[in-house]
Design a protein around this ligand. Structure first.
Ligand code: GTP
Ligand code: MG
Length: 251
């Protein structure tokens, strides 16, 4: 960023009495530039699949407690409001009460949750969910998965299997903004394992400075698809780099 700014500002014509306007604009532009081509639109993408009568399969992965299940519930709610029908695959068959947690969201949202017993193969559960979605002419399958750390070889292998066998249209990494620098490293290693398509950054409401967003975008070059800004179903927004940088600079 410093190199970029130097390139932009050294030799530039600025207002001598108050160069801060030009400098701020250059900083703003550089910060927005860190997010690269981040105009991926989740709902447009799903609309295109729906138009082809193709069931969209979206896999959510990430570290423990990052907000995967909550994000899926929020997205299911947003999808319903936009006229998409969806199915949730309770593919976290590992953590205690994970299946009940997904089922409870399903009941509240009126969304079918496909589940098996604890210890079942998460890929098999997702297969069932996809079959159910096809049979019931649903538009989207949202696959919830167990939280995992990049250092847990067995769980990483299990995730690789899901990605390989299920061919999801989108593989989204869910990370919490409050994880700071660890976040970018985690995302990079998940990306290496299954080649991610995008990032959901949760708990932005708890991250005043927003540094996590900069480092994850810079490190992975992946689009930030959504940000989570609270615990309610409505607390999710598509990421907008201009808006985000504006907020950070105003803070
Ligand atoms: N403040 C805030 N809390 C959030 C957000 N997203 C999720 N949470 C909270 O984070 C906690 C963990 O959320 P889960 O959705 O269970 O996380 P998970 O990644 O599914 O967790 P595991 O399945 O155990 O790995 C819950 O208390 C959520 O309410 C967010 O955007 N903002
Ligand atoms: Mg979960």
């Amino acid at each position: 960023m410093v190199a970029q700014l130097r390139g932009k500002l050294v030799g530039a014509r600025v207002n001598r009495s108050d160069p801060s306007g030009e400098i701020k604009a250059a900083i703003r532009q550089s910060l927005v530039g860190l997010f690269g081509d981040s105009d991926f639109d989740f709902f447009n993408y799903l609309s295109a699949l729906k138009a082809r009568n193709e069931v969209a399969v979206v896999l959510f992965v990430g570290p423990n407690g990052a907000g995967k299940t909550t994000t899926i519930a929020k997205i299911a709610d947003s999808l319903g409001k936009r006229g998409f029908s969806c199915v949730i695959s309770a593919s976290d068959t590992f953590r205690k009460a994970a299946i009940e947690q997904a089922s409870l969201h399903g009941e509240k949202l009126g969304v079918r949750v496909v589940k098996q017993t604890y210890g079942s193969d998460p890929t098999a559960v997702a297969f069932d969910a996809i079959a159910h979605a096809k049979a019931s002419r649903s538009d989207v399958v949202l696959i919830d998965t167990a939280g995992r750390q990049e250092t847990n070889a067995n769980l990483v292998r299990e995730m690789e299997k899901m990605a390989r066998v299920l061919h999801p249209h989108l593989k989204l990494f869910v990370g919490e903004a409050v994880a700071g620098n660890a976040l970018a490293e985690q995302a990079a290693s998940f990306n290496k394992a299954i080649s991610l398509d995008g990032i959901v950054l949760t708990k932005m409401d708890c991250d005043a400075k927003g540094g996590g967003a900069f480092s994850i975008a810079f490190e992975t070059k992946l689009p930030i698809v959504f940000v989570g800004i609270g615990q309610e179903y409505g607390d999710i927004r598509p990421f907008d780099a201009e808006w985000f940088v504006g907020n950070v600079m105003a803070a």
